[in-house]
Write a protein that binds this ligand. Structure first.
Ligand code: 80O
Length: 386
């Protein structure tokens, strides 16, 4: 019985695809929303996580570090830092009951999160207030208790109570029903380490030193006027970003408050660099976030330092040159690899900058919404989830 839970949810399925009208699949009725939390199995209790509280943040950090997403070969596991989680989950307008934990005897064993977003879907007129879901995690020791469906139903209930009826999320797995299937790519920055941890492999004719030479980067970026983003850049970056994102079928509209939160540099979390021309005019910017992976067992290394492409807007610098500078900056910040999805305009630089395709895909999902076009091409996706 594949997708036992997802068959019960308002997601388009294959045979009704052409019958559904674009827009909400089910119309929510606020008065009918259940007022009390869903029942949990004995000894399990709901718990609103306060990420500002050091002890609770530590509990979330440890649960994810030991039980969250691994690559297909179970060699690496995401290791989100507390500072990163506070960036990702405490944006402007956050609700305190949307960071949901499940505890047994005070120990955190389950987690799921939502943040409020306004998503533009397929055109500028369709703006939908909804939630962006992330960090669904159940402790390895208590899987197959059907806890994940209860976590999903509970956060859905708490979103419905706020009179919101849609959600956006990503997953490496395929469940009903992706709106886009994107691929991820990696650009080697520290070839030797990637081979030693087993992230990259050598073919018969390749040697470590040949790989190092192949991926070698200049010491310094090339673009004149490239510098870390500062507070004074917020207004220009907001304009550049909102203008650029209109090119896509799925995108957020950012306020200056939101640009401050999501783009002002935070050490070991988010790096944003702007290109400043004469008279302080900002014409381009690049950004990448820090998501290390724990190397599950390796004699020499405990972590893989990975930078993930975030949003990049090139209005005067060629995108290939801007991203080449991103690689140089990431290398100089100590990263081993630079990752990117084939969304937005990324396929304009992936091949030329020697990114290699990863072995998996990242699927985008929209909950309770039928698109005009059943699927979107990766290049039509204008949102990056962390
Ligand atoms: C290298 O260490 C890994 C540890 C866990 C999983 C994976 C493979 C993987 N699933 N990668 C991605 O999902 C991915 C690859 C490139 C860019 N963004 C990505 O995912 C982001 C966005 C979704 N939430 C996780 C981070 C790799």
């Amino acid at each position: 019985k594949p997708h036992q839970f997802w068959q019960t949810q308002p997601m388009p399925n294959i045979n009704e695809m052409d019958k559904l009208k674009p827009g909400p699949i089910q119309l929510g009725v606020l008065a009918e929303v259940r007022k009390d939390p869903f029942n949990l199995i004995d000894k399990f209790e709901w718990f609103n996580v306060d990420l500002r509280n050091e002890e609770q943040a530590q509990q979330v950090y440890t649960l994810l570090k030991e039980n969250y997403v691994e690559d297909d070969d179970n060699m690496f596991r995401f290791d989100y830092s507390i500072d990163f989680l506070r960036w990702a989950l405490l944006p402007p307008g956050q609700y305190s009951d949307w960071l949901i934990g499940v505890r047994v005897n005070q120990k955190l064993v389950g987690f799921i999160t939502g943040i409020p977003v306004t998503l533009n879907i397929e055109n500028e007129q369709t703006k939908v207030k909804m939630t962006e879901i992330n960090f669904l995690c159940v402790h390895k020791k208590i899987r197959a208790n059907r806890l994940a469906p209860v976590l999903i139903k509970e956060i859905t209930r708490r979103v419905h109570i706020k009179n919101m009826w849609q959600a956006v999320y990503t997953a490496g797995i395929v469940v009903p029903t992706p709106i886009s299937q994107t691929r991820y790519y990696h650009r080697s920055l520290n070839a030797k380490k990637l081979i030693e941890v087993g992230f990259s492999s050598l073919s018969a004719r390749q040697t470590i030193s040949r790989q190092q030479k192949l991926y070698k980067l200049p010491e310094e970026p090339k673009t004149p006027g490239l510098r870390p983003m500062k507070k004074k850049d917020v207004a220009q970056v907001t304009k550049l970003l909102n203008e650029y994102l209109k090119n896509f079928k799925l995108y957020f509209k950012y306020s200056e408050e939101e640009v401050k939160h999501w783009f002002l540099p935070r050490k070991d979390v988010i790096s944003t660099y702007v290109v400043e021309k004469e008279q302080g005019v900002v014409t381009d910017f690049l950004s990448f976030y820090n998501l290390p992976s724990q190397v599950i067992k390796n004699p020499k290394y405990t972590h893989l330092r990975a930078a993930y492409s975030y949003y990049n807007v090139a209005t005067s610098t060629p995108i290939v040159q801007l991203m080449y500078d991103a690689l140089i900056l990431a290398k100089n910040e100590g990263y081993d690899v630079f990752n990117a999805l084939d969304i937005m305009d990324n396929d304009k630089f992936l091949k030329e900058l020697m990114f290699c395709p990863g072995d998996g895909q990242l699927n985008y999902y929209l909950y309770n919404w039928k698109l005009e076009s059943n699927m979107l091409k990766p290049e039509e996706i204008g949102i990056v989830l962390v």
